[in-house]
Design a protein around this ligand. Structure first.
Ligand code: 5GP
Ligand code: MG
Length: 174
């Protein structure tokens, strides 16, 4: 068990299990994209650790372009318009096979919009997420490491109030 700020989190997914999930995802993707050169877009900040380990294990050629999710909080009060990535020039996507890398899909609303926006420019778009809240999500990822119930998790890139991203295991809120 660990404490981060005011909350307690219990052990959930060990770094050994994470490594197995990442290896299995990397081999599926390498197989499916054989002969292609996908453009991989990790969605910051949460996916940085997962993306780094996944990409290291791909046996295909690829390009990588990190992006954040644009948020207009504070400009349009009370509204947060997500669904656009912080890519300066969407023409880099033209004709490309895009793989979006996400840490966790919760409601799936963000990823739904991101994928439909990317599809306007790219040839194909697939999504790989480490974790997937099956019963909550309106979005079905193409690849996922593990399904979750409605649990709040931290570690391995994922944060609670900005903390916990450096943890090598994944913990869930008690
Ligand atoms: P969605 O649009 O699918 O509801 O939101 C997905 C985003 O919310 C994820 O990319 C992630 O950044 C954040 N998120 C969702 N669930 C969790 C969770 O259990 N823990 C953490 N740390 N972030 C989460
Ligand atoms: Mg995320």
């Amino acid at each position: 068990m660990i404490t981060i700020q005011d909350k307690q989190f219990e052990d959930f997914i060990s770094s050994v299990e994470i490594t197995e999930m990442v290896s299995s995802l990397a081999s599926k993707i390498s197989e499916d994209y054989k002969g292609q050169i996908p453009l991989i877009i990790p969605v910051l900040n949460g996916s940085f650790m997962f993306a780094a380990e996944l990409i290291k294990q791909l046996t295909i050629e690829c390009e990588v372009e990190f992006a954040g999710v644009k948020s207009y909080k504070g400009i349009e009060r009370g509204k947060s318009s997500t669904g656009w990535l912080t890519i300066d020039n969407y023409s880099i996507l033209n004709g490309r096979d895009v793989i979006v890398v996400e840490d966790i899909v919760d409601s799936g609303i963000t990823m739904n919009k991101i994928v439909s926006n990317l599809l306007v420019h790219s040839k194909t778009v697939k999504v790989v997420t480490l974790l997937y809240k099956l019963n909550k999500s309106v979005f079905l990822p193409d690849y996922f490491g593990r399904e979750l119930d409605d649990e709040f998790v931290v570690g391995y890139g994922m944060d609670y109030n900005g903390f916990g991203r450096n943890l090598t295991d994944i913990y869930k809120l008690k």
